[in-house]
Each structure stands twice: as C-alpha cells, then as structure tokens.
Design a protein around this ligand. Structure first.
Ligand SMILES: [Zn+2]
Length: 423
C-alpha cells in the first residue's frame, strides 16, 4: 500500500508522522532515503546518494542478503521507483545534500540519522502514535529513538535554508544505521567530511525535558560491537559425547565471563552480551554458536583496553572447549567532546527560543562521534547538541514517543545558528 508523502517539507509534524509510520532498520532505509533525496532535490540542493556517498559492500554490520532483498521489495511495494530502489538497495542508503550560501563563511555539516529499531510498537489508544493513526505499519520495527523527528528536522531545515541566505555552505548528512553504530564509518570512508569546517549532530530527548536546549552533550561513550562465532564439533550426546567439541558451552562460558570483566577505576564502562544462539537439538552436542556483545567506555583508551580484554575472554572460552573462534567488529563509535566555540555559538542562537542547559549527559554512544572526530582531527570544530523533549517512555522502549511541539524549535535553532555563523 502506498501513502502520499507530505508535499510540504516545512510541515515538520506531517513529515515526522509519515516517517514514524514507515520505520526501516539500519541499511534498509530505502523508502526513507528516497523520500529525503526527492525532497532536498526539489528544494534546489545538490544531492548525492547511494554508492557515491557510502560503500556498504562487505561491511561486517550489514544485514543478511535476504533482509536487504526484503527491504527492497517492500520499498517498491510502497511506491519507490524501481531505479531508485536499485540505487539505494544493498545497504547504500545514505544521502548527502550541499548548498552554497550567498556570502563567504565556513562549511557546516549536520548529521541526521535515518534508522529505526527492531521493536514492536503498540497501536492502542493509550500510545499517541496508535491513537493518531501513525503507529508503525512495519511489524516489529519502530522509531523508538526519535530518528523520525531528526529526519523531519533536517528536511524542514533544508527548506528554511533553500533561499541561500546564509554564510558559507551547508552539507546535510543523512546517515543510515546509527543503531549498532555502523553507518558513519563507511560515510567517512567515502569522504562525507571532506572540507567540512564545523560538524553538528543533534539528538532529541535522552532525558532532557521539553523547553530545554543543551548545546553540548556530555558522556558520549566510546563503544564497539562484536560478533563471535564458535565452531566446535557435533556428536551424539549419549553414545559419543567425548568426540564432540561443545560450541554452546564455549559461548555460554564466554557470556558469563564477559560480564565478570572488572570495572576500571576512574572510568565509566559497560559490557553487555545481548544475543546468544547455539545448537540444534537436545541429543546433539552443539557444533556451532554465535554470540553478540558490546563494550563501552567514556575514553577511547579505556574502550580499547576493555575490548582487548573481552577478546581474551572469548578466545580463552573457545580454547577450553577446543572450539574455533572467529571474531568480527560489526560497529564502532568513539568518545566525543563538543568544542567550546560551537557551544557558544549554539547558546547565542538559542536566545529567546528556549531555556539553555549548558550540558546534558547523553550516557550512550552515537557514531556521529566518528564524523566529529574526523573533522576535529583535520582542525575543524564539532558539536553534539540535545533538543529537550518529554517522552512517555525511555528511548529504545515501546512506550517512546517524541513531543512534536519541540520539532519547529529545533529547526529554528539550527537555522539561526547557521545564519548567524558565529563559529
Ligand atoms: Zn538515537
């Protein structure tokens, strides 16, 4: 079934609701990217997309081919033109839009993430998207982190700037697969940050209430996501158990001991095993097991050491059961700090719009940090801002919903910041 896309990109609520009703998981955001591309092109921006701005082929964090194919089929069924689907399919769901201003100034890039989460959205009347008729139409997928709002803000901003009445130039980075921190790295590799002087990322909510703007988020935590594959040997569980090599027990041993890694004095750290799949039947020694885990720390140095120790645990667990271990990093984000000059410019632009809270802890990871790091290491500036939004439930929960009243405030804040150009 196709649904008409709101014609007016400045109708930030209508756009957000359309996106909310059609959530897509990381690297399958074909409908979303197609809509974004069409909207910014119609507004006169110069647009690049697909393989020109992301090389997704062979990425360890890419979903299975069957998942990618299903997404392409669904996008076609929802009215995306076949040639557009072909261009964006296979995980190439990134869009970059550039526009020059009418006076000299810096190049400012803004990151907006496209993807949703594998969460089932309630459609009852006690959940606002359910009551409003814009709950997810894609079973098992939900915008439960506000990225639908982020994209709507990005498109309304594109409209607000389309006259070119601003200094320097603006680049909008529409990034796939923020969840699992997988989409930023291949965009950086494809040159997304080339010649960027100032990089901004914005996130809604995260515990900051409506009516508040935080120009400089703290606690952007470095993380890496890992997939461990254990290969043992199947055998009859009664007749010849000694001939088996138990991959299930190797993975279970790894899971328990990953959670037994010590905390680090003076650092915030997290370890989580989030997925474990093993074996085939109760009377067969399990020959295969797969385990997904993540490590996090608030400095890049501790994050690297924690990931190293986790690897020691996983490999040792494999050794105990003489199972082979294959380890893959599927996603990565680093720690990031907002430059004071960016915080000052954003604070000035917020005057009269909303109350400013100088900092707010994100307490999570976002691979916008890789874009920030790339720009900062080249001598540029970067910032991560939070737009306050009341939410009925925490992010990544089925109760999550954003306060749509804050969306136009976010657009005005970013528009003013760019027009003032105080970086
Ligand atoms: Zn998010």
């Amino acid at each position: 079934m196709t649904h008409p896309w709101p014609d007016d990109p400045t109708d930030v609520v209508a756009v957000r609701r359309d996106l909310h009703a059609h959530p897509e998981l990381g690297f399958t955001e074909i409908r979303t990217a197609a809509r974004v591309e069409a909207a910014v092109r119609a507004l006169g921006w110069s647009v690049r997309s697909g393989r020109d701005v992301i090389d997704a082929a062979g990425l360890p964090g890419l979903p299975a081919t069957s998942v990618l194919d299903h997404a392409a089929e669904r996008a076609r069924a929802e009215g995306v033109a076949p040639d557009t689907v072909a261009r964006l399919a296979g995980g190439h769901t990134a869009v970059i839009a550039d526009l020059d201003g009418n006076r000299p100034g810096r190049r400012v890039a803004l990151r907006f993430d496209l993807d949703a989460l594998p969460i089932t959205e309630p459609d009852g009347a006690d959940h606002r998207p359910g009551a409003g008729g814009f709950a997810s139409r894609h079973p098992g997928v939900m915008h439960a982190c506000g990225h639908d709002g982020h994209v709507a803000i990005g498109l309304a901003l594109a409209a607000a700037l389309s006259s070119g009445d601003f200094p320097g130039s603006v680049r909008l980075l529409f990034q796939p697969a923020e969840e699992g921190v997988r989409g930023a790295a291949p965009m950086v590799a494809a040159g997304a940050c080339a010649d960027v002087d100032v990089l901004l990322a914005v996130h809604l909510a995260f515990g900051l209430p409506s009516g508040l703007l935080a120009p400089a988020a703290t606690e952007l935590i470095a993380t890496s996501k890992h997939l461990a594959r254990f290969t043992g040997r199947q055998a009859h569980a009664a007749k010849a158990p000694e001939q088996g090599r138990n991959a299930l027990l190797a993975a279970a041993t790894a899971a328990l001991n990953l959670h037994a890694l010590p905390p680090f004095a003076g650092a915030v750290t997290r370890v989580n095993v989030g997925r474990l799949v093993a074996g085939v039947a109760p009377n067969v020694i399990a020959g295969e097991a797969e385990l997904s885990y993540e490590t996090r720390a608030d400095t890049a140095g501790v994050a690297a050491e924690l990931a190293r120790r986790a690897e020691v645990v996983v490999r040792a667990a494999g050794d105990m059961y003489e199972a082979g271990v294959e380890l893959t990093v599927t996603g990565r984000a680093t720690a990031a700090v907002t430059d004071p000059a960016v915080a000052t410019a954003l604070t000035a632009a917020a005057e009269g719009l909303a109350e400013v809270r100088p900092t707010h802890p994100l307490g999570a990871s976002d691979d916008a940090s890789l874009l920030m790091d790339e720009v900062q290491r080249a001598g540029g500036l970067a910032g991560y801002a939070i737009v306050g939004s009341d939410t009925p439930g925490p992010p990544h929960s089925p109760l999550f919903d954003v306060d749509e009243a804050v969306l136009p405030v976010a657009v005005s804040w970013l528009e003013r910041s760019i027009k003032e150009g105080r970086w």
